[in-house]
Ligand binder design. Sequence first.
Ligand code: CO
Length: 196
Amino acid sequence: MKTLQHFFDRNREWANSITEKDPGFFTRLAAQQKPEYLWIGCSDSRVPATQIVDLPPGEIFVHRNIANLVVHSDLNCLSVIHFAVEVLKVKHIIVCGHYGCGGVHAAMEDTDHGLIDNWLCHVKDVRRLNADMLDGLADNEKIDLLCELNVREQVNNVCSTTVVQKAWAHGQELSVHGWIYNIENGLLKDLGTADS
Ligand code: CO
């Protein structure tokens, strides 16, 4: 049986190193989580939420899916936003896309990728809505721009959820940010922020 023992070894070393530096770390976290940030990002293994902003466990509530989509009827994503805003009272929601996104790339192609094409229809919608900006660009520029436009569209989708609209109507402090991450140099770029 394959048990991935090396993961358990690494985990023990990691937990020990944190406890050595801060003996109360896990006890404090076990008592409660109080993150101020909700991160909605891509499932891509190269874009791990807490690592790229160098934060420890407990700081960011995370939802990830292919191409960092916020679909109006996605109960999974909506439940995460609901819990983050109404229970955790996060002050910031970050939609973080990334250049070189495989999901965005696949949505630019007119080939059959199977089941995932149903999910990527939402990126194809962004492509269609912005055809005037995208047409005429070289392929790599087109994908980079669609990665950015997709983030902007998902920020709009977050803002139009009943959860965020209700929070803003009640004067709750909440900002929605659109960011994009460059997997070639590890750097983030701010694409803009929406407030109430
Ligand atoms: Co991606």
